[in-house]
Write a protein that binds this ligand. Structure first.
Ligand code: ADP
Length: 246
């Protein structure tokens, strides 16, 4: 059997008395896109932060490419991350930030994948200071940074928020390419229509627990719906009945 790219085993994260995540066991494979959804406060960000090593689980473990993540951050080189809100050093220009991040990540100038700079229209703005950028332009810079190292794992938190529809389409198309090249892509988004065509499976979180992790196709089949936005509420009802019976 092919080893899971990412494996969560009984992962829990507690903040004081609150379990932001509890008992999460799930495997994510090579060459798939997982849409992570759930109500506000259900633990989506905490799950992502645990994977990125920004938050340490209170219990359980997470393995990436078969190695349990611990204190050594080396595994993060394989991960491209597009946060919901990027914190950039305000005094730098876009160009300076891109150069600095390339050097920190030890990327080769020639092979660095920077086609998104042009396709998102950033090449004429490289001299602009990061402090002066609009929200949408910050998102574009963030997308370039997430993709340029050719990540094996791509984590995107609300990637299209603030982007115009054309740019959003380009970013999602690049995410599909990462998947097609064997990458594992985790996306959180409120805009189901936008990502449902891209995603293979849905991970649904509620109160820190993984309620289900299923292929979109199966969710649509089980509920008899053709779109995820309608299928999800039906799915949650079915599950409630199932657990009430079980
Ligand atoms: P989501 O991303 O689904 O909105 P989060 O993972 O951000 O959910 O949060 C899950 C729960 O954990 C929420 O109740 C939130 O208030 C709580 N939480 C998240 N981060 C912290 C923190 N640093 N300190 C205390 N509580 C937190």
């Amino acid at each position: 059997m092919v080893e899971a790219r990412i494996a969560f085993t009984s992962v829990g994260k507690r903040y004081g008395k609150l379990w932001a995540l509890k008992g999460v066991t799930a495997s994510f494979q090579q060459g798939e896109v997982i849409m992570v959804i759930g109500p506000n406060g259900s633990g989506k960000t905490t799950l992502i932060k645990c994977l990125l090593g920004l938050v340490r689980p209170s219990e359980g473990s997470i393995a990436v490419n078969g190695s349990v993540i611990g204190t050594d951050p080396a595994y993060r080189r394989t991960i491209g991350y597009m946060p919901q809100i990027s914190q950039f050093p305000a005094a730098l220009t876009i160009g300076q930030l891109l150069d600095m991040m390339r050097d920190i990540r030890g990327l080769d100038k020639v092979t660095t994948k920077d086609e998104l700079i042009t396709s998102l229209g950033l090449d004429g703005q490289l001299e602009k200071r990061l402090s002066d950028l609009s929200g949408g332009t910050r998102q574009k810079v963030s997308a370039v940074l997430a993709f340029r190292s050719g990540p094996e794992v791509l984590v995107m938190d609300e990637p299209t928020a603030g982007l115009d529809p054309i740019s959003a389409g380009k970013v999602l198309a690049r995410a599909a390419e990462v998947r097609d090249n064997g990458g594992t892509v985790l996306i959180t988004s409120h805009l189901m229509e936008e990502v449902e065509s891209l995603a293979d499976r849905v991970a649904y979180l509620e109160d820190g627990r993984l309620r289900f992790l299923l292929p979109i196709k199966e969710i649509l089949e089980r509920t008899g719906q053709s779109r995820l936005a309608k299928a999800l509420p039906a799915m949650l009802e079915v599950h409630e009945t199932e657990s009430a019976v079980g």
